[in-house]
Structure formats: C-alpha cells, structure tokens
Design a protein around this ligand. Structure first.
Ligand SMILES: [Zn+2]
Length: 127
C-alpha cells in the first residue's frame, strides 16, 4: 500500500472524485467514537483544507450536519458513501474516508486507534 504525493479518491459509484495532496502519507489514521462515527464506522485520515480538491461530481456531494453544525460531512447522494468532512476540532483540516483512496484497503492498516469523540463536549461533533 502506497500513498502517493497526489492521491485519487472516489466514492463507490465513481460520481465523486477527489484529488488529495498527501506529502506526509496517511496522517492521523483513526476511527472515532462520536455518535456519527460509531454508525459510519470509517477509518479517517487528516488532510489540510488546501490539499483537497473535488475534481469530479461536486454536484453529487451532499452535506450533512448535526448538533453544533460546525463539522461538514459530505457524502455522495447517488451511492451514499461518505468521502470527507470538514472537521469541527480543526476547520483547517478535512477528515477523509481512507477507504475511498484508490488502491488502499483500510482493513490492511495496522493499529488504528479510536479517538474518543464520545467524550467531547456536545458528543457527536464529528472530530
Ligand atoms: Zn457515489
């Protein structure tokens, strides 16, 4: 598994395509225990906001927000796959769905930690 300097990510149906600049590889790969992530179950990594570009299918991206409405969770409205979210705890970063990265199998990643979003104020804030 190799993270390229510029790595492509897609939703399941391929309508949405992202281009990610990931000079430091997978940064802060994690799961989160907040109410949203518990149901979503995704392994996420962090990318600086300026390093994510939607290169195809922006019109297929739908925004979901809850609780404080600070985090912005995006998913493909055609296939339902979460692609990325703007973080509440750091709005200068996106969390990205590692499973959307081309050629990357999230089940092959060793030692994925679980961050305790469930203990954050206002539980379920989309770390
Ligand atoms: Zn899709």
């Amino acid at each position: 598994m190799e993270i390229k300097q510029v790595h492509k990510a897609t939703c399941h149906c391929g309508s949405v395509e992202l281009e990610l600049r990931m000079p430091n590889g997978l940064v802060d790969a994690r799961r989160c225990s907040c109410s949203m992530c518990r149901k979503r179950g995704t392994v996420m990594a962090s990318v600086e906001v300026e390093n994510l570009m939607v290169t195809r299918g922006e019109e297929f991206l739908t925004l979901y927000q809850f609780n404080t409405l600070a985090a912005k969770h995006y998913f493909c409205k055609r296939c339902g796959i979460y692609t990325h979210h703007q973080r509440r705890s750091n709005p200068y970063q996106f969390g990205i769905n590692v499973a959307c990265l081309e050629g990357i199998n999230p089940y092959d990643l060793p030692n994925i930690t679980v961050t305790s979003g469930v203990h954050e104020p206002g539980e379920g804030i989309g770390l």
